[in-house]
Design a binder for this molecule. Sequence first.
Ligand code: BG6
Length: 489
Amino acid sequence: MVETAKEPALIFLFGATGDLARRKLYPALYELFEQGHEFAVIGLARKQHTHESYRSMVDRALKPDAVQRKAFLDRFYYQPLDILQPEHFAFLKNISDQINAHYHLKGNRLFYLSLAPRFFGLAAKNLKKAGLTETDGWKRLVIEKPFGHDLKSAEELNNELLSVFQEEEIYRIDHYLGKDMVQNIEALRFANPIFESVWNHRSIANVQITLSETLGVGDRASYYDQTGALLDMVQNHIMQLLTLTAMEPPGRFEPDDIRAEKVKVLRSIRPLSSDAVTNQIVRAQYVKGVMPDGTPASGYLDEENVAPDSETETFIAARLFIDNYRWTGVPFYIRTGKRMAAKSTEVVIQFKDIPNNPYLNEFKNIGPNLLVIHIQPDEGLSLKLNVKQFGDHGDTLPIAMNFISNSPKHQIKKHDAYERLLSDCLRGDSTNFTRWDEVAYSWSLTDSIAATWKDIPLNTYEAGTMGPSASDRLLALDGFRWWPLTRME
Ligand code: BG6
């Protein structure tokens, strides 16, 4: 969004042998290398590796047709490191100075902590102690979620990080912000006056945000069972989609102007009192069922590493209100869950009907206008309209105007979210990273929900469905329904 130059940098990759690094970061770095980004990487992890064996590991993570692989891999170095041992950081100083000089990286340093969050604070402290955060160039810290597990722990972590880095140097990743169609929400709203003029309580009946997944918890159960859908998906990804959908147009397209508008939305979400929580939140856990492709799926309690009496929610739906002028009275429904009927992320804007509309009584096939923002797996937009059926038939016919970016007709080169986010970090564009106040307000909301969990019954839903019927009742209270997820043609 902001125009910033590519700058050379030395990337310190903590967690270099981990799953995220191999699945996402190495392929993303390769793409950036092909696009002309200048960097060298020091891989850091507890495992023993030589530079050569590390390069072979990175090599295996690259696509088979990576033609510049040799030149790319030559820029990778390895240093075994245990976060708990400050003296290991001291070794890093030497090697990093040499690499910096060899590649003329101008002292720019990107510290990427692909680590368990409990190590973030210590890693930052040890970097400082070893003098690695003193540099002639810039320094930036990239961290993955979760950023704490409630507001208090997030504040503690933030204070630890702020003793080493400035807020502007901290890049908190929410990988949803790297998705093309998430970034497109702003363009859709602010580059298209036809939408902006109806984007408010006068024209919009409700907004529905769905992040459904077909996968269960797989081998992440020990993390997930301590976390649940509220902290895993709502506190971060859903709040980001909600703020982008609801925010005011920023005065300028600068990272801080955009993020300030998002924060205003978070501050305007009506706090959930304990009475409200029971009418506004549905939580549930999946039991065994059959997935749409006919595969049987076991229940959450039968998954490996899940406590047999676990009350962790694998599904949550909520009815939220944003108390500001634009959104007064408009419910925002959100839902997310594991083992649902489809893997899909969608934002649906349902427009209000025309008052006293004779068509509504006259025709059977008439439905509300819907604008569907398809985030994944389809990436595009559909606008659902009604037209009169052609020929003598007098009824109306629902139609959809579709724009799909990932159809075979549009041969657009796709960039992975991590590629885009890493490129932003290297260029110093923090627009698509969460600022501390966004994180804090988001935690206040999820804390208020978590504080009343015990008053909300834990429903169940069969694996392979769209959640418990209580989630439908949440909308029925307002006379609405969830719109079925659709694949675009
Ligand atoms: C992660 C969650 O942040 O997002 C996972 O921890 C979830 O539980 C994942 O599966 C979903 O991401 P995506 O990009 O596949 O929708």
